[in-house]
Design a protein around this ligand. Structure first.
Ligand SMILES: Nc1ncnc2c1ncn2[C@@H]1O[C@H](COP(=O)(O)OP(=O)(O)OP(=O)(O)O)[C@@H](O)[C@H]1O
Ligand SMILES: [Mg+2]
Length: 447
């Protein structure tokens, strides 16, 4: 095997509840060619969260080795996803004044305003994962994406902050570092998936990305091009399968087969009393009506989507998502699901499939199961483009918070991490700590 580092390559590592996927992408002219893929059943996670470090490490190892062999490289750094109900998201804003004489906004001002905006009340066991600037406002003028070089006296920023449990984050770091691999960045899974399947037009208009995997349903809402809301729910495909094991008295793998082959029966199917064959737990062959299957599956799907739509409604976005819902994750493949959601909630629904910019291994690229892993690659690539955008200003903008000992966040690449290491980390951490302390003292208890 030719051993070379992953230098010019990018690696996405999706550590899911049911499977771990490692994808190696080679980038040329802004196009990602997938040159390696490894997949292993996931052991050691429950509802998206690591509960057994040894088992999770072993699953990651298998996926990584397979991808390494296929791509003929040694994986040294990865972009890894994170999800689970420990994730919380908050919208916040920050303001700084520009007091110097020429009033030209600099990269340092942008850094200052981001730092102000990320001073939110978090419970002591939580860490910031992303601080995503949604818009800058210069002297009241809204909708600015890059204020550097403009003149003004007051710079504001609206940000979307994603935080997660320190333990959950550190456990992912532990599993990956056990293999001698560095995490370049931890990325919220539905944010990663959005990079794979959403169009710019959808994100501008208002759209929900719903990744329904095995253990969690992850929601992210986009408007005006950026993420505004995120939430992780602990119901997904595994519960549907479990319901079938009980309702039909079958083993888990038989329930999986039935779910995948039959899907959610439609009203048209059941009117003719259509039936299908199953093997029960006692080994008996039996014919079951599709009406019965529907009666088992529908309540769980209603529960899941009522919960998800409730979250969207409570957050105030129900009327702000004209582009509807884009489904990813394995459960998105459930036959009849988009139609079910569309009819019940009167909203446009489509399955996500990866658009332009990704080549190689077509069946992987087009399946919603791999949206998170592919999205991690696109995230890595596009965040470098943002880095590049800022290069013209001589210095990189460190836009994000910290996780563990490593710089993480959205919208910037590996170079930014090095910048943080050299310039930003200590200052950022002290400022944030002081602001959090002040928050605690003056606003009462921390959540
Ligand atoms: N064709 C199919 N029809 C219905 N369900 C399917 C199909 N293929 C896969 N699934 C379901 O998708 C789920 C796995 O999805 P996915 O691979 O996205 O999960 P994961 O990433 O491992 O988990 P999570 O993201 O929740 O941590 C399983 O419950 C599986 O039964
Ligand atoms: Mg997943």
């Amino acid at each position: 095997m030719v051993v070379r580092g992953t230098g010019g390559l990018i690696v996405g590592l999706d550590i899911g509840t049911t499977k771990v996927v490692a994808l190696v992408g080679a980038v040329e002219n802004g196009v990602i060619e997938i040159i390696g893929m490894g997949k292993a059943p996931s052991h050691g996670l429950e509802k998206g969260v690591v509960v057994d470090i040894g088992e999770t490490t072993e699953s990651i190892k298998r996926a990584v080795e397979e991808a390494e062999n296929m791509a003929d490289v040694r994986i040294e750094r990865v972009f890894a996803g994170i999800a689970g109900k420990h994730i919380t998201s908050i919208n916040n804003s920050g303001t700084v004044s520009i007091s110097r004489e020429n009033r030209v906004i600099t990269v340092d001002d942008v850094r200052r305003v981001i730092e102000t905006a990320q001073a939110v009340q978090l419970s002591p066991d939580q860490e910031i994962i992303h601080v995503i600037p949604r818009q800058y406002i210069v002297d009241g003028q809204e909708g600015i994406t890059d204020p550097v070089g403009m003149t003004g006296t007051r710079l504001e920023v609206d940000v979307h902050i994603v935080a997660g449990s320190m333990t959950a984050v550190h456990n992912i770091y532990r599993c990956v570092s056990n293999l001698g691999i560095e995490i370049e960045r931890i990325v919220l899974q539905p944010l990663a998936s959005s990079f794979a399947v959403l169009t710019e037009a959808e994100k501008d208009l208002g759209v929900v990305l719903m990744d329904i995997g095995g253990g969690t349903t992850d929601i992210a809402i986009f408007r005006r091009g950026d993420i505004w809301f995120s939430k992780s729910l602990p119901i997904a495909g595994e519960q549907i399968t479990s319901d079938l094991t009980v309702g039909l008295q079958v083993e888990y793998h038989e329930a999986e087969r039935i779910k995948r082959e039959e899907g959610l029966p439609r009203v048209d199917d059941i009117s003719g009393e259509e039936r299908f064959e199953i093997t029960t737990i006692s080994g008996e062959k039996k014919s079951v009506s599709k009406r019965k299957l529907m009666k088992i599956m529908e309540p769980r799907l209603e529960e899941l989507f009522d919960l998800a739509m409730g979250e969207i409604e409570d957050a105030g976005y129900r009327d702000l998502i004209p582009a509807g819902i884009v489904l990813t994750g394995g459960t998105a493949l459930l036959k009849g699901l988009p139609e079910f959601v569309q009819e019940r909630y009167n909203i446009a629904v489509r399955r996500g499939r990866t658009p332009q910019g990704i080549h190689g291994l077509r069946d992987i690229v087009e399946s919603p199961i791999y949206a998170t892993a592919i999205g991690l690659l696109k995230y890595a690539l596009e965040s470098r483009e943002i880095d590049f955008r800022y290069n013209k200003h001589d210095r990189r903008v460190p836009l994000r918070g910290r996780v563990g000992g490593a710089a993480v966040g959205a919208g910037a690449g590996a170079g930014e991490d090095r910048w943080w290491a050299a310039n930003g980390r200590r200052e950022n951490s002290i400022i944030v700590k002081v602001l959090r302390w002040l928050n605690r003292v003056f606003r009462g208890t921390v959540r």
